[in-house]
Ligand binder design. Structure first.
Ligand SMILES: *[C@@H]1O[C@H](CO)[C@@H](O)[C@H](O)[C@H]1NC(C)=O
Ligand SMILES: *[C@@H]1O[C@H](CO)[C@@H](O)[C@H](O)[C@H]1NC(C)=O
Ligand SMILES: *[C@@H]1O[C@H](CO)[C@@H](O)[C@H](O)[C@H]1NC(C)=O
Ligand SMILES: *[C@@H]1O[C@H](CO)[C@@H](O)[C@H](O)[C@H]1NC(C)=O
Ligand SMILES: *[C@@H]1O[C@H](CO)[C@@H](O)[C@H](O)[C@H]1NC(C)=O
Length: 533
């Protein structure tokens, strides 16, 4: 009796759903399906049906930081919406709503100061049965341009946190309306600025995501960005005796690799124990007798290098040995746009400001801590604990060979989180909800220093990884797919103990033979127990 009526109820419900949603279980991919569900602050910009194995994007002329289309995507509905965030600012968001949908939501992060929807990485969502979202963070620019922020606090706030939070909220509402129910679980993945975005949202709005994948996070904006300028300043100007010409970078890279490769017990052109690596540059010291043809370093140049690895501790952790092949991103003849743009366009609102010396930079860091423009810094550790208490998971990773955002900054984030837990009584313990992976030989978010012969595995279907490949790998793996690992952790309680990274004979071409795999275990609180040789 009871059984029959339950079946009847279910059948009636199913019938009702079929009528309102159609046989496919979701609304039609037409403007009408969306306009009626948007709040007054939002306007619909585009709705487009993408067929199986299709492509979607806005192209290099419209989406400056993400010129590559998403490719090989399952059939889906692509939607673009603009949201007014204040009288003088607005942000855009893009959504992929796949036909094959397993009730999961994935938000994709941005990079640098980039203002554009990250359609390429959004494809990771539909390929895994998830609805995906990305925002342009409220402006339109390449990753290195910050002049849109000049004298514009509202745009700074959009970039700092508001566009991510607002897009995630509205995205969930649109997904709920489209599929007729709210997403069962919500995830975030991002690297660099994207890592900062995910941490910021978790700290301030612990309910938004159930799991966040955080790569090479540029989390400490008020210190990191001025630090990048400080690093660059140590190598200016070309007429200074401390200046190291980029033509010397290759011998410095080779020298550090030669000295430190074996410290982990394997001579494999990969430095896996940067903590033990304290490069001694004296063999490269120019002697009065050395011929002018062999490259060498002066004592002043060696001091410049030592400052890069070990800046004053209250500023920011320094670069790790093995980051040398990316030196040119910070030590060129012009100061890093990430540092200088932040100082000029966010902090001082003075587009011609030129810092003169390290002490100027140190006082700018003090000012940045006071003003925290756009509220961008993700250093609210108590918020991380709130996120943990409500069941949120964090997977942190950082490439050991990162030459743009120092890896030691991520170790600092982890350590400060542990300290905050200690202060609050260790509930829940860090290992239950936050795990960190340091990837030997991986550079900033993707890639490996092939310049010095390193071919370290680095690909795990993470943010900013697919676009650098010549083609996407055919094989689908569970362990080598960071979003699937996170889903397992959140939904099945299978904690992530290892990350599995891949590379190929040509590190960027999955069709080249010679696949190489690294099985990287989680950080166990210190170097010795994590990387015992
Ligand atoms: C998907 O499309 C690309 C070209 O856009 C093509 O090379 C590839 O073979 C297609 N794959 C399938 C499974 O249809
Ligand atoms: C990118 O996708 C758009 C549709 O969004 C399409 O019009 C365009 O042709 C695609 N570009 C390429 C290079 O595939
Ligand atoms: C971004 O700016 C470029 C000009 O620099 C323009 O062509 C493009 O349409 C803009 N994109 C958007 C989404 O407004
Ligand atoms: C800035 O972020 C902090 C937490 O990091 C939050 O408490 C505060 O309300 C935010 N302020 C603004 C103006 O957004
Ligand atoms: C990685 O190593 C762990 C043990 O440390 C093992 O359980 C796991 O199966 C390995 N994964 C792969 C893909 O080799």
């Amino acid at each position: 009796m009871a059984l029959i009526s339950l079946t009847t109820i279910l059948l009636t419900l199913q019938l009702a759903l079929t009528v309102t949603l159609g046989a496919s279980g979701h609304l039609k991919c037409t403007p009408e399906s969306f306009t009626s569900n948007l709040p007054p602050s939002a306007t619909l910009e585009a709705v487009s049906r993408v067929p199986e194995n299709g492509t979607y994007g806005e192209g290099p002329l419209v989406d400056i930081p993400h010129p590559e289309n998403a490719t090989n995507i399952p059939s889906l509905c692509a939607v673009t919406v603009r949201v007014q965030s204040s009288p003088s600012s607005s942000y855009r968001l893009g959504l992929f709503l796949p036909d094959h949908y397993e009730s999961r939501f994935l938000m994709i992060g941005n990079g640098g100061f980039g203002g554009g929807i990250h359609w390429f990485d959004m494809a990771i969502g539909p390929r895994n049965g998830m609805a995906a979202l990305s925002t342009d963070t409220g402006h339109n620019s390449s990753a290195t341009e910050a002049d849109w922020a000049l004298n514009h606090p509202e745009k700074q706030i959009d970039w700092g946190w508001r566009a991510v939070h607002g897009s995630a909220e509205l995205g969930k509402d649109i997904i709920t309306a489209y599929y007729g129910k709210s997403p069962g679980h919500s995830y975030f993945m991002g690297c660099s600025t994207g890592g900062r975005q995910g941490l910021k949202e978790a700290q301030n709005f612990p309910e938004t995501f159930d799991g966040v994948i955080i790569g090479a996070p540029a989390w400490w904006t008020t210190h990191l960005n001025p630090f990048l300028t400080r690093v660059g300043l140590t190598n200016l100007s070309p007429t200074s005796p401390t200046y190291i010409s980029p033509t010397l970078f290759p011998i410095i890279s080779q020298h550090v690799l030669f000295q430190c490769d074996a410290l982990d017990g394997h001579i494999d052109k990969i430095i896996s124990r940067p903590d033990l690596c304290h490069p001694d540059f004296s063999p490269l010291l120019c002697s009065s007798s050395s011929s002018s043809s062999s490259p060498c370093l002066t004592q002043s140049q060696i001091t410049t290098l030592q400052n890069l690895y070990s800046p004053p501790t209250n500023i920011h952790p320094g670069l790790s040995p093995s980051s040398e092949p990316q030196f040119s991103s910070l030590l060129s003849n012009t100061l890093s746009p990430y540092g200088l743009g932040y100082i000029r366009d966010f902090l001082l609102n003075n587009p011609t400001f030129s810092p003169q010396d390290a002490s100027t930079l140190d006082s700018l860091i003090t000012l940045a801590d006071q003003l925290n423009p756009g509220n961008a810094s993700a250093n609210y550790f108590e918020g991380m604990i709130d996120y943990a208490k409500r069941g949120g998971k964090v997977l942190l990773y950082h490439g050991m060979a990162d030459g743009l955002v120092p890896m030691d900054g991520t170790i600092l984030f982890y350590t400060k989180t542990v300290e905050t837990l200690d202060k609050l009584g260790m509930v829940p313990e860090i290992d239950d909800w936050m795990r960190m992976f340091l990837i030997p030989g991986m550079q900033h978010c993707f890639g490996t220093p092939v310049e010095v012969g390193t071919n370290a595995p680095w690909y795990f279907e993470g943010p900013f990884q697919g676009f650098s490949l010549k083609s996407l790998p055919d094989e689908q793996t569970q362990d080598g797919n960071v979003i699937r690992q996170m889903i397992q952790w959140v939904e099945e309680g299978n904690q992530v103990d290892n990350m599995v990274a891949r590379t190929w004979k040509d590190s960027f071409d999955p069709e080249s033979e010679g696949k190489k795999v690294a099985n990287i275990s989680k950080w166990k609180g210190n170097w010795e127990s994590t990387y015992d040789a």
